[in-house]
Design a protein around this ligand. Structure first.
Ligand code: 0ZB
Ligand code: ZN
Ligand code: ZN
Length: 494
C-alpha cells in the first residue's frame, strides 16, 4: 500500500486531458510575467499557508511554486519554465470551474463494512491523551454523521485505522521530514496498512490556530483514509495545503461531503451515539423556518431547546468576551473562557426588556444596544441607561421601519450595519449618524449571505450572518463568504 498522496496525479491527468493544448515558443519576458500571474492566481497559497517553519523567502518562492505546479500537473519537476510547463499554463482554464473538485483513489477503494475500528497506538506529548481522543472522535463524527459508517475506538489488537504520532522514519518507507513540510499522511482504505494515519511528531500539535491544528489535519487525513484524494477546490478540506480555519461548529465543506457521499452514500439513520460532542453536519441547508411571532398574551414563553438543528436566533452579539444568542425571551451566554453555555431569561438580567430582535456591542463606549420592535435600549452591564427606550427614528431610521432584524458593529469600519428585510443601513458610530446612500441591497452589497439576516455578530475578526437555522462566516473586507454553519453549532450539544 502506498501512502495516500502518491496517487494524487491520477485525477490531475483527467483535467489535463480535458483541456485543449495550445502550442507555445520558448519563454520570453512576457511569458515570465504571465507565468508569475498564473502561479499567483492558482498556486499562490502553496507557500503561504505552509507552517511558518517552512515558509519560503520571496526569492526562491517562484521556483518552488513552479515546482509545485509542475508536480501537480504531472510535468517534469524542473523548476524551469520549460515549454511543456508554458503549454499547460497557456491552456484555457476549462478545468478550473466544473471539472475540479474532490477525487477518489484509483479503483475507488472503500471500507466494505459499516463499523470501522480505530486505535491510537502512539500519542503526542503536545496534547493530553484525552484531548487527542476527543479530537479524533469529533473528527470521525464529521464523517459518520453524513455517511453510513460508524467508527469504534479500540484499545488493543489491530484496528482498521491505526493512528500514531511518529517522527522521521517510522517503518512505512515514507519517513517524515522534521518540523514543517509534510504534517501527516494516510493510506487509502484497504487491508494491512490501508486506512492507517500517521502524524509527524516533529510538528507542534495544537487545538488552536498556532502550530498544526490536530482537528483540521486529522479531518484531512481521515478524508484520505476513507478514500478521498486531494481536491482543487480551495475551500475544501482536501485541498492539499493546510490553512487554519476556526474549528468551532466546524462542518465538512460541501466538496468533501459530496466526495465521501459519492463513495459511501448518504446517511439516512442517525449515527451511533458517542461520548463526545457531535459536530453539525453539512446537510443541504434546511429551508429557513418562519420566525415564531411572540404571543402578546403570554409574557413567559417556554425556554427554547438549544440543541435543535433548526435553531433560529432572534439576535446575537458579543458582550465583553462572551457571545450572547437571543431567542424567545431568553438568551444563551457562551463564554470565551471555557465554562460552558448558560441560559437566562432576558427579563431576569435586564428588567423591562422581554425580547430582543437585534443587538450589537459598541465596545468603545462599553455599551450594548438592544432593539425590540420600534424602539431600542442602550445598556451597560446589567443597567439600562437613562432615557431609554428610544424610538427607532432617533437612530435615523425612517418611520416605515418598525423592526430591526439584525445589527452588527463592524470594528474595521467603525460602522454598525442595521438589517431590515432585504436591505441594510450603515450607522457611523463616531459621528453618531447614518451614512448617506443607504439602505442598500443585502444581496448585492454583501454577496454570499443571501438576502436576509435575522442575527449577526462579530467574532475573532469574522462576521457571522444568520438567517433561519444556518449562518455564513464572512470576511467583510473581501466581501466573501468563508463557510456555512448551522446556528446550533455554537451550542456545544452532546
Ligand atoms: N497528507 O495528507 C498530505 O497531504 C501531506 C503531503 C503528502 C505529500 C504526504 C501533508 O502533510 N501536507 C501538508 C498538510 O498540512 C501540506 C501543508 O503543509 O500545507 N496536510 C494536511 C492538511 C491539508 C489541508 C488541510 C488540512 C490539513
Ligand atoms: Zn507513515
Ligand atoms: Zn493530504
Amino acid at each position: 500500500m502506498e501512502p495516500a498522496l502518491a496517487v494524487k496525479t491520477v485525477m490531475i491527468v483527467v483535467i489535463v486531458a480535458l483541456c485543449g493544448a495550445v502550442p507555445t515558443t520558448s519563454p520570453s519576458h512576457e511569458e515570465l510575467a504571465k507565468a508569475q500571474d498564473y502561479l499567483s492566481e492558482f498556486f499562490s497559497d502553496v507557500g503561504v499557508s505552509a507552517p511558518s517553519s517552512v515558509r519560503r523567502s520571496s526569492l526562491d518562492s517562484f521556483e518552488d511554486t513552479l515546482k509545485k505546479m509542475q508536480e501537480y500537473f504531472g510535468l517534469e519537476v524542473s523548476g524551469q519554465l520549460d515549454s511543456n510547463t508554458l503549454e499547460v499554463m497557456a491552456r484555457p482554464r476549462c478545468g478550473y470551474t466544473d471539472v475540479t473538485r474532490y477525487g477518489h483513489f484509483e479503483g475507488r477503494p472503500r471500507w466494505d463494512k459499516t463499523v470501522v475500528t480505530y486505535r491510537i497506538t502512539d500519542y503526542t506529548p503536545d496534547l493530553s491523551q484525552s484531548d487527542v481522543d476527543v479530537t479524533i472522535a469529533k473528527v470521525l463524527k464529521l464523517y459518520s454523521d453524513i455517511i453510513p459508517l460508524d467508527f469504534q475506538h479500540i484499545h488493543s489488537g489491530t484496528a482498521d485505522i491505526m493512528i500514531m504520532f511518529k517522527a522521521r522514519d517510522h517503518g512505512d518507507f515514507a519517513p517524515f521530514d522534521g518540523e514543517g513540510g509534510v504534517l501527516a499522511h494516510a493510506f487509502s482504505p484497504g487491508q494491512g496498512n490501508g486506512g492507517d494515519t500517521h502524524f509527524d511528531e516533529d510538528e507542534s500539535w495544537t487545538l488552536t490556530s498556532a502550530g498544526s491544528n490536530l482537528f483540521l489535519v486529522a479531518a484531512h487525513e481521515f478524508g484520505h483514509a476513507l478514500g478521498l484524494t486531494h481536491s482543487q477546490v480551495k475551500t475544501a478540506l482536501m485541498y492539499p495545503t493546510y490553512q487554519y480555519v476556526n474549528t468551532e461548529g466546524y462542518m465538512l465543506p460541501d466538496d468533501d461531503r459530496q466526495g465521501v457521499q459519492a463513495i459511501y452514500g448518504v446517511r439516512t439513520t442517525s449515527s451511533q451515539p458517542t461520548t463526545t460532542n457531535p459536530q453539525p453536519t453539512n446537510k443541504p441547508v434546511p429551508t429557513p423556518q418562519p420566525r415564531p411571532e411572540p404571543d402578546p398574551e403570554t409574557t413567559s414563553e417556554p425556554p427554547p431547546d438549544r440543541c435543535n438543528r433548526n435553531l433560529i436566533f432572534d439576535a446575537a452579539t458579543s458582550i465583553q468576551r462572551s457571545l450572547y444568542f437571543f431567542k424567545d425571551g431568553h438568551f444563551w451566554k457562551r463564554s470565551s473562557s471555557w465554562d460552558g453555555i448558560s441560559m437566562h431569561k432576558i427579563q431576569s438580567v435586564w428588567p423591562g426588556i422581554s425580547r430582543v430582535d437585534a443587538a450589537y456591542e459598541y465596545k468603545k463606549r462599553n455599551t450594548v444596544i438592544f432593539f425590540e420592535g420600534d424602539h431600542y435600549w442602550r445598556i451597560r452591564g446589567n443597567a439600562v441607561l437613562p432615557g431609554y427606550p428610544k424610538p427607532l427614528s432617533d437612530f435615523g431610521l425612517p418611520p416605515s421601519v418598525t423592526k430591526v432584524d439584525a445589527a452588527v458593529y463592524v470594528s474595521v469600519t467603525g460602522r454598525t450595519l442595521l438589517f431590515v428585510q432585504n436591505r441594510y443601513w450603515s450607522y457611523n458610530e463616531r459621528r453618531g449618524r447614518m451614512d448617506g446612500g443607504y439602505p442598500k441591497s443585502i444581496r448585492r452589497e454583501l454577496p454570499g449571505i443571501g438576502s436576509r439576516v435575522d442575527a449577526a455578530f462579530e467574532n475573532r475578526g469574522y462576521l457571522y450572518f444568520s438567517y433561519g437555522s444556518s449562518q455564513t462566516e464572512y470576511h467583510y473586507q473581501r466581501r466573501r463568504a468563508i463557510r456555512t454553519l448551522l446556528n446550533y453549532g455554537w451550542m456545544d450539544c452532546n
